[in-house]
Write a protein that binds this ligand. Structure first.
Ligand SMILES: NC(=O)c1ccc[n+]([C@@H]2O[C@H](COP(=O)([O-])OP(=O)(O)OC[C@H]3O[C@@H](n4cnc5c(N)ncnc54)[C@H](OP(=O)(O)O)[C@@H]3O)[C@@H](O)[C@H]2O)c1
Length: 322
């Protein structure tokens, strides 16, 4: 299966390393790599990935070929996130599906902003759209739903879907200040240089929108999600809660009541019997409340960019029929 990578930053490079490491088992040939300002490389017979990883500038400059003209079966959309407009990723995903290419993306923007449209476009063109990495790195959520929870209705969802804010509240429980915990997340490259996207709940709202629309067949917008910030006051509450043996965690909650789906994100106090209580530090988790399977909880411990790349690979493998 021929693969085009749109974006070759942290995730793209981690995916290239993974494809090299698994080249004997993973049936993929990377035939195109496009970046915004570091050039592009298209070779229908397959790009030397080790060579691509060793250079900061790709060999071709100037305008890259149109997405529909790339010699590939699947487009991996891993360009920079713009949560407000979802561009340029949304345009890339539309162009790829219209050109009858499968799409895998780690970019939340298009799925949070236009899931219904893109699902329809994929179906109309007989192609697959996969986005496991958009939620919480390789926490298995959408694959879990398809593989392990067929026919089950998901009535409610609760989870921790942001490493940065969970780290801040976990550190506060140990007495670390809000600013020191945030600085550590920035130093490790986990929080953005401008962390307001995480702290004000925009990132969690995008993820809650994806969860509601994909898993509960809702049709909500990011702006419909009620947001409470993870701020110094929440960190102080986390420090005080820890003295009573409780934890304050950044929780997204989605539920259906009287036929309508509502979603919220913000700090919540949890007692030790809550399945999300022990999900500490950079870890993330999701609880699915279903009619047929009861409550199912999945947790991902301490993920890094390699786990994001692995989620992309699992989507590619599913498309390839593995
Ligand atoms: N990093 C994570 O842990 C993580 C986790 C889950 C999801 N994601 C998502 O995965 C995506 C990639 O993340 P990342 O960390 O790899 O980002 P990154 O390191 O900033 O890399 C982004 C890449 O996209 C390229 N790009 C931007 N605009 C483009 C365009 N119009 N056409 C072609 N290429 C373009 C950039 O090229 P230039 O370098 O030339 O600008 C760069 O190669 C993002 O949407 C992010 O939200 C990331």
């Amino acid at each position: 299966m021929r693969v085009a990578l749109l974006g070759f930053g942290g995730v793209g490079r981690a995916l290239a390393r993974l494809l090299l490491a698994k080249r004997d088992d993973a049936p993929f040939l990377v035939t195109a790599i496009l970046t915004r300002s570091h050039g592009w490389w298209v070779d229908a017979s397959g790009i030397d990935l080790a060579g691509a990883l060793s250079r900061s500038e790709l060999p071709s400059r100037g305008a890259s070929p149109a997405i529909g003209d790339l010699p590939c079966d699947v487009v991996v959309e891993i360009t920079t996130l713009d949560a407000r407009t979802a561009q340029p990723a949304l345009g890339h995903v539309r162009a790829a599906l219209r050109a009858r290419k499968h799409v895998v993306t780690a970019n939340k923007g298009p799925i949070a902003r236009a899931y219904r449209e893109l699902r329809g476009l994929a179906a109309a063109n007989g192609r697959l759209l996969r986005f496991e990495a958009t939620l919480s790195d390789c926490l298995p959520v959408f694959t879990l739903r398809r593989a392990a929870l067929p026919l089950a209705e998901i009535r409610a969802l609760r989870g921790i879907v942001s490493s940065t804010t969970n780290h801040i509240l976990s550190a506060a429980a140990r007495g670390v200040s809000f600013s020191d915990a945030l600085a550590e997340a920035q130093r490790l490259g986990i929080a953005e240089a401008d962390p307001s996207n995480d702290l004000e709940g925009h990132d969690a709202a995008a993820k809650a929108t994806i969860l509601a629309n994909v898993l509960m067949d809702a049709d909500i917008r990011m702006e419909d999600v009620r947001r409470a910030p993870i701020d110094e006051a929440a960190a102080r509450d986390a420090t005080l809660a820890a003295r009573d043996g409780a934890r304050v965690r950044p929780i997204v909650e989605i539920r259906r009541a009287a036929g309508a789906v509502s979603a919220s994100t913000g700090p919540r106090r949890l007692d030790p019997l809550d399945p999300l209580y022990a999900v500490d530090g950079w870890s993330m988790a999701l609880e699915l409340d279903t009619d047929l399977a009861g409550k199912v909880v999945v947790q991902l411990h301490d993920p890094h960019v390699e786990q994001v790349a692995y989620a992309v690979l699992t989507d590619l493998l599913e498309i390839a029929g593995y």
